[in-house]
Design a protein around this ligand. Structure first.
Ligand SMILES: Cc1cc2nc3c(=O)[nH]c(=O)nc-3n(C[C@H](O)[C@H](O)[C@H](O)COP(=O)(O)O)c2cc1C
Length: 319
């Protein structure tokens, strides 16, 4: 098997899967300015991938370039047979790994019995891991991303159930489903996950609230985990993994325009431009006139308007 996990120097610092955020444009930007050790796609419905019409639409979410490797595709489903079929497709598309979502608290996902709901059905969770392994047929590693429990901390039973199914890696988001993202992540549970996984050969990644590489390294020290996954800390900061945030506002805004242009080039007519606008809050803050520029950007409807608006702002700034 091409198991990239065992080839990576430890600890690894990876990009979290984030729906409508870690799309192909976002991932390419990171590959250019500050590559994570592992890149994740947004989650994609395995059920959708098994349907000819759904597949056509969802393949947009699975676009990637060589620069993003190693890249892991994340899927969700509650049906082992669809997992098997989707996993075979993910391997065929050339991904380096397949990750199963077992932590999403979104009602529409849980209603299908998928995401966080799987924490209430460890037998099905194990069957999904087994089906994914069958689907990839030994070509790529299968991993899991989950939380510490559904309503309460259930790590003592939930993690061993996952470990029994022998995924290559498990990412533990250090909160319960009930806690959503409303309370601080409790990293002591990652320490416990590392203890429970000792000797199993399964890598443990911790996740939750990490805002800098210094903090990520401190979490590794503190918990002994093999890697750290970062989500919201990456917004508007494609330099995160290099720790070299640009001093100049102009440089930051140029990259925002580049991000927008890449988004338009890839997704024109396929994804709403409103999704791109979600990133502007993160790029445009902490300098004089930021609020005014953000308001102006919210009125823009394409990449040309965003560039014109930004250039006009920078001109005023330097005059
Ligand atoms: C906008 C958004 C979308 C997300 N989408 C996914 C997803 O598709 N799959 C997944 O496993 N987790 C998803 N998450 C959860 C993140 O991967 C991560 O576990 C969570 O944000 C906690 O990490 P952080 O504090 O570093 O952001 C999403 C989070 C956010 C904020």
């Amino acid at each position: 098997m091409r198991n990239f996990w065992t080839q990576l120097p430890k600890p690894f610092f990876v990009m979290a899967p984030m729906a409508d955020v870690t799309d192909a444009a976002f991932r390419r930007l990171f590959a250019r300015y500050g590559k994570p050790d592992v890149t994740w796609t947004e989650f994609v419905s395995a059920d959708g991938l098994c349907h000819p019409v759904g597949r056509k639409v969802l393949v947009t979410d699975l676009l990637y370039t060589e620069s993003e490797r190693p890249i892991v595709a994340q899927v969700f489903t509650a049906h082992p047979e669809r997992m098997r079929e989707a996993a075979a497709l993910i391997a065929e598309l050339g991904f380096d790994g397949l990750d199963i979502n077992m932590g999403c608290p979104d009602k529409s996902i849980m209603k299908q019995g998928a995401g966080a709901k799987l924490m209430q059905d460890p037998t099905l969770a194990q069957a999904l891991i087994a089906a994914a392994k069958e689907g990839v047929a030994g070509q790529i590693p299968v991993s899991v991303k989950t939380r510490i429990g559904f309503n309460t901390n259930e790590l003592e039973t939930w993690l061993p159930a996952l470990l029994d199914a022998q995924p290559a890696a498990i990412t533990v988001h250090a909160r319960t489903k009930k806690e959503m993202s409303l309370v601080p992540a409790q990293w002591e549970h990652v320490t416990r996950a590392v203890e429970l996984a000792r000797g199993s050969g399964v890598f443990i990644l911790g996740n939750g609230d990490v805002k800098s590489m210094a903090e990520a390294r401190a979490r590794v020290e503190e918990t002994g985990c093999d890697g750290v996954m970062i989500g919201r800390g990456l917004f508007g900061n494609p330099w995160f993994f290099t720790e070299s945030f640009p001093e100049s506002v102009a440089q930051r805004l140029q990259v925002m325009c580049e991000h927008t242009e890449m988004y338009e080039e890839l997704f024109l007519g396929k994804k709403s431009f409103a999704l791109m606008k979600k990133h502007y809050q993160a790029y445009v803050h902490g300098f004089d006139g930021a609020k005014e520029l953000r308001t102006a950007l919210m009125e823009c409807e394409d990449a040309t308007a965003v560039r014109n608006c930004t250039e006009a702002f920078l001109k005023r700034l330097s005059s």
